[in-house]
Design a protein around this ligand. Sequence first.
Ligand code: PLP
Length: 387
Amino acid sequence: MKYDFETSRPRFGMEAMKWDEMGNQPEDVVPLSVADMELLSPPEIIEELKKTAEFGMWGYTWWGKRYGEAMRHWMSTRHNWEIDPSWIVQLNGVVQGLYAAVRAFSNPGDGVLIVTPVYYPFYRAIRLNGREVIESPLRLVDGRYEVDFEDFEEKVKKAKIFLLCNPHNPVGRVWTEEELRRMGDICLKNNVLVVSDEIHFDLIMPGHKHTVYATLGKEYADHCIVCSAASKTFSLAALCVGNALIPNEELRKAFDAEVNVSGCYTYSIFGIRALETGYTKCAEWVDQLVEHVWGNYCYFKEFMAKNFPKVWIADMEGTYLAWFDCSCFGLPGEELAKYLREEAHLFFDDGYIFGEAGDGFERINLACTRATLEKALDRFKSAMEKL
Ligand SMILES: Cc1ncc(COP(=O)(O)O)c(C=O)c1O
């Protein structure tokens, strides 16, 4: 490989959330929880950020022509989506966009639909804004998570908004065009706005194809908000840059007004420059990253099949997060998590935080070096064999 996916650094002392959450751990313990990467960002981005730092003056900033062009280029070349940069509403991150959309397009007490288990801030965006969570649990059909369309159609009637996770964190589904269209048609029929969180859209594993919700057709594009970011793709979460892309002008104005109400009006030049560089110079790096993550997933699957054949692992069609069922070990979710931490120094994300349907599962972050993964799995083996 041309790029380096075997160098990593302990992030103690870098105010890194997931590292600090571990407390004091030996240097070789790497958390495989929160979805950021234990890998270096592309060298092109590191160079650009050095230049930006050396400039030495960083006043109030917003995105400009260069940014709009980079967004246009990436969406067109990677996602077959022809955007007009005027559709962009800049955000500090996608989660901010979810919160703003919930406030802009529903009233307190209204229902907001999610399919679960799902990335836990989806619950918070709804609950903390005083709206009601309406859950439609995913079904496991022949070892694959699917939307329960009958249930979805029933539940959507009580909702104003559907928060779609596309691809889906934590179960790793890359929704097919057909599935998206079916969800979209139900939402259109019931006048429910689709807010599509596509933050993982560049992390698509071999044999799968991502469909941006808005590319389904004009009618779908006109009734949706697509949230995207470069942060998962290039490991830029600390640079706080995200986007909402809203083709419909009326929706865009309402959303923009809500973002303004929260007092956000300036953005990080570091985030802006990093996105521009990633989207114009780092396509090959992303291809290789996906290859590396896929290699880690295959290693993980083989390891489990050999040592713990009763552990079921969901097919990781997208994201760099593998979802696996640990219920065969016979420990309730919280106890299992405690055991993994205390006995094995393993920090995954515990399934129950993604909703009731996730209890007994764990989510492992595979955006790490192979050496890190090997060490973590060896510790997993030793701990689980003691049970
Ligand atoms: C589905 C999903 N949406 C949003 C985020 C976070 O977005 P941001 O950091 O841009 O707020 C994550 C991070 O894990 C995620 O998995």
